[in-house]
Ligand binder design. Structure first.
Ligand code: VGL
Ligand code: ZN
Length: 213
């Protein structure tokens, strides 16, 4: 590990864990490996899905729509979800087991009523930046390690954008879990491979840190 490395922990929130409103199967299993990573990294950034009530990504906001339907939003196709991660609710809080105290930045996303934001870098209109790229560049980070939920939505979208923005990206696969909606897991792996997003295990990454790099 070098001073140019940062750990980006994506959306480890109650609503994405079993019992939550948009539960990722076995989503809570990412907490233990992520805590091991947090202990080893000098720089930790967390993202938090953070929607207002009645957000445009909620199926409940569109009459006649059901969760997992696709809606034609002004900016393109948008999957509709159960209400989740509503600002200020327990579901939007980080999983209570996550060691969040060390984070130097908590980046909230999806707070604009009409636009969703899977990626930590750009909203789903693909134009509006969240400011994270500027933050990372100004701090001198060049290599990002990603973990969290959901592998096939917010993790892959963030990983792709990070690559396009010129960062080196390593996804820690066993510290992620996915939703697997209509082949989205396989699709996510393909998209990562196509952009040169590296995939490895937590143990594999930590082992390289013990050696000199
Ligand atoms: C996410 C769907 C809707 C995620 C967030 O964190 O992957 N997925 N909002
Ligand atoms: Zn969301």
């Amino acid at each position: 590990m070098t001073v140019r490395d940062a750990l980006l922990v994506v959306d480890v929130q109650n609503d994405f864990c079993p019992g939550g409103r948009l539960a990722v199967p076995r989503g809570d299993e990412v907490v233990a490996p992520i805590n091991r990573l947090v202990e080893r990294f000098d720089h930790v950034i967390l993202t938090q899905d953070w929607h207002p009530t009645g957000h445009a990504s909620f199926a409940s906001s569109h009459q006649g729509s059901a969760p997992y339907d696709t809606l034609a939003a002004s900016y393109g196709p948008q999957t509709l979800w159960p209400d989740h991660c509503v600002q200020g609710t327990r579901g939007a809080e980080f999983h209570p087991g996550l060691v969040a105290a060390k984070a130097e930045l908590i980046l909230r996303k999806g707070f604009r009523q009409a636009v969703d934001s899977y990626s930590a870098f750009f909203e789903n209109d693909r134009i509006t930046p969240t400011g994270l790229a500027g933050y990372l560049r100004e701090r001198g980070f060049e290599r990002l390690f990603l973990a969290g939920l959901a592998f096939d939505f917010c993790v892959v979208w963030s990983a792709e954008d990070a690559r396009r923005l010129g960062f080196e990206v390593i996804v820690l696969e066993d510290a992620c879990r996915g939703l697997d909606v209509a082949g989205s897991m396989r699709d996510a792996v393909r998209r990562m491979d196509a952009l040169g997003v590296a995939r490895t295990s937590v143990a594999g990454a930590l082992a390289t840190f013990s050696g000199a790099i």
